[in-house]
Design a protein around this ligand. Structure first.
Ligand SMILES: [Zn+2]
Length: 128
């Protein structure tokens, strides 16, 4: 359940970003993503502004950009991936109260390897 104060916290993290600024380059990118991917919330139709958009992952090495859309009105979250060379967009709703800072934190941790799964299995197995 997202509370009012939690909502304000999420909203602030969008407006101020990680480092507390919204550079003109990222503003232009956000405007582009609103135009190219989603102008309105899928759930309630409220128009998105650049304060509702956070670029979660964008690097030159990786040709896919991940963008998080957050609706002020109905509090729904959407994640979109944008594949630059092909101009393809895939957008999915996410049922989560994770803020964009938390999404960034988990994305940076990378994928889980088979060895990670085995170590958890060993950890949970009773000693015989
Ligand atoms: Zn909405």
């Amino acid at each position: 359940m997202v509370t009012k104060s939690n909502n304000d916290k999420i909203k602030n993290s969008f407006i101020h970003g990680r480092n507390g600024k919204n550079s003109s380059e990222s503003r232009a990118k956000k405007e582009f993503f609103i135009e190219a991917i989603s102008k309105y919330c899928d759930r309630c139709g409220t128009p998105y502004s650049i304060d509702n958009v956070r670029i979660v992952q964008d690097s030159d090495k990786n040709s896919t950009t991940i963008i998080h859309f957050f609706c002020d009105n109905c509090l729904s979250n959407h994640i979109a991936s944008f594949i630059k060379p092909l101009g393809l967009v895939n957008r999915v709703p996410i049922k989560s109260d994770l803020g964009s800072d938390e999404l960034i934190k988990f994305i940076k941790q990378g994928s889980i390897s088979a060895d990670d799964v085995l170590s958890v299995y060993d950890y949970l197995s009773p000693d015989i």
